[in-house]
Design a protein around this ligand. Structure first.
Ligand SMILES: Cc1cc2nc3c(=O)[nH]c(=O)nc-3n(C[C@H](O)[C@H](O)[C@H](O)COP(=O)(O)OP(=O)(O)OC[C@H]3O[C@@H](n4cnc5c(N)ncnc54)[C@H](O)[C@@H]3O)c2cc1C
Length: 422
């Protein structure tokens, strides 16, 4: 859109003020659509703010893959980072069955093709969003490391990454100096090898980003309402949002409520197989981890360590569960154990956090227009890549609302793949 005012007079209700919702909201407002954002939390604490901060443009291969299925048993908690709590089998059982169906070689290849195109847009879109929000200083574009603690795992890991499609990212061996720097940060472990990715990046302060995006939205005329949407209802072929017991109308309703999104669609009869794929982190306020060290994934431990402006964060685990199930404190203990074994500069026990990745069985997000209500736009299901893809998704939503061609083909992300009630 050339002109910010071109769609003036149009309105949008954006449901969810995580990164996907905020990105969509500021892009919509920028093209002249009057946005009201519904977000119940006054202080951000969802997945958008507790993640590892890694702009993971290299992860073009969906996790719904033959390799994930083959390797699942070995990754089960407590040996590995995958948790399928027995008490939650009614939640993850049907999801696992669908994921199996989405993991055929043909669907994996199609998913890789689709994610590659979307991830190629991720960094350019982040540059534009940070420029618009005055937060270019929060965007780092100097890659990340993957490190291993034995010669055998280093050889296996290197071979894996050298033969894996990583889209527009690059990868090379860590230099001796880089290897020594990682070794100094993990002095109780032997760092046997590491690789450095290029093209990937980091957001250095998620809290500051949240504040800047909210301030930008409000300064450009948008409204933030700290209220929960109660559901999406149909009136003929038009979607309406119930909030505060009242049905609200808008030219566009954008559903970006993360792992809560599927529940909000129930009143209109849509059944979307979205699961809460929960992750855990611990964060230490003070740290001598250098500010310029990019995120380091300790792959043998399935743990990523990131230096943010506010401290050092160690994150891990994929726990398939109900959104509101009680957290498992053993997982925070496991993270503390990893941190202590490596000897990272971390003030234990650290602040614990849990949050839910919104995940669909094919590990592709739902970005597109409802078939039943053309004023309803979907933007959720970003699984492990919601930070990475937030800015690109915001742009795609704005293009859909404006009726202009999106930067990439959105057909693979069409929510209609989950049935004609969507
Ligand atoms: C441990 C961990 C590490 C991660 N690391 C990375 C990483 O390094 N890189 C990366 O790209 N991704 C990462 N992710 C994934 C990423 O954080 C998510 O994909 C992303 O945050 C999803 O953003 P979202 O805006 O869709 O959802 P959310 O962040 O969950 O936001 C949804 C918002 O909707 C609001 N909401 C809920 N219900 C309602 C309602 N009824 N009405 C109105 N609003 C509602 C919630 O309050 C919330 O603010 C990680 C996730 C976890 C858990």
């Amino acid at each position: 859109m050339k002109n910010d005012q071109v769609l003036s007079g149009k309105t949008a209700l954006v449901i969810g003020g995580g990164l996907v919702g905020l990105s969509a909201a500021v892009r919509l407002q920028k093209i002249g659509i009057a946005v009201t954002l519904f977000e119940p939390q006054e202080k951000p604490k969802g997945a958008s703010w507790g993640n590892a901060g890694h702009l993971a443009i290299e992860q073009v291969q969906p996790l719904a893959s033959p390799a994930t299925i083959r390797g699942a048993y070995a990754k089960l908690f407590p040996r590995g980072a995958l948790a399928l709590p027995a008490a939650q089998i009614a939640t993850w059982g049907p999801f696992a069955w669908r994921m199996l169906g989405a993991s055929t070689p043909a669907r994996f290849a199609a998913g890789t093709h689709a994610l590659s195109a979307l991830l190629a847009e991720a960094m350019p879109a982040w540059r534009r969003l940070c420029e618009q929000a005055g937060t270019t200083h929060l965007l780092r574009e100097d890659g990340h490391f993957v490190a291993w603690e034995s010669e055998a795992s280093a050889a296996k890991g290197r071979a894996h990454w050298r033969t894996t499609d990583i889209g527009t990212a690059t990868v090379r061996d860590a230099t001796p100096g880089e290897l020594a720097a990682i070794g100094q940060l993990a002095p109780r472990a032997k760092i046997a090898g590491a690789i450095r990715f290029g093209g990937s990046g980091q957001i250095t302060d998620l809290g500051a980003l949240a504040e800047a995006l909210r301030a930008l939205l409000v300064a450009s005329g948008g409204i933030i309402r700290h209220a929960a949407a109660e559901g999406i209802y149909l009136s003929g072929q038009t979607a309406q949002v119930r909030a505060d017991g009242v049905l609200h109308d808008a030219d566009h309703i954008v559903l970006c409520a993360g792992a809560a999104s599927a529940d909000l669609l129930r009143p209109m009869g849509a059944r979307i197989p979205l699961i809460a794929e929960r992750g855990y982190h611990i964060q230490s306020a003070a740290s001598c981890w250098p500010h310029d060290m990019p995120p380091v994934a300790f792959e043998d431990r399935s743990m990523i360590v990131t230096r943010f402006a506010g401290g050092l964060r160690a994150a891990s685990f994929v726990e398939f569960s109900a959104r509101d199930a009680a957290p498992d404190p053993a997982k925070w203990d496991r993270l503390r154990h990893h941190v202590a074994e490596l000897g990272l500069p971390f003030d234990l026990p650290g602040e614990p956090w849990i949050g839910a990745r919104p995940t669909l069985p094919d590990y592709l997000p739902a970005i597109g227009r409802s078939r039943r209500a053309p004023n309803l736009l979907y933007a959720f299901g970003h699984q492990h890549l919601g930070l990475t893809l937030a800015a690109a998704t915001g742009e795609a939503v704005a293009a859909l609302a404006a009726g202009s061609p999106p930067a990439i083909n959105l057909a693979p992300f069409d929510p209609a793949r989950f049935g004609d009630m969507t």
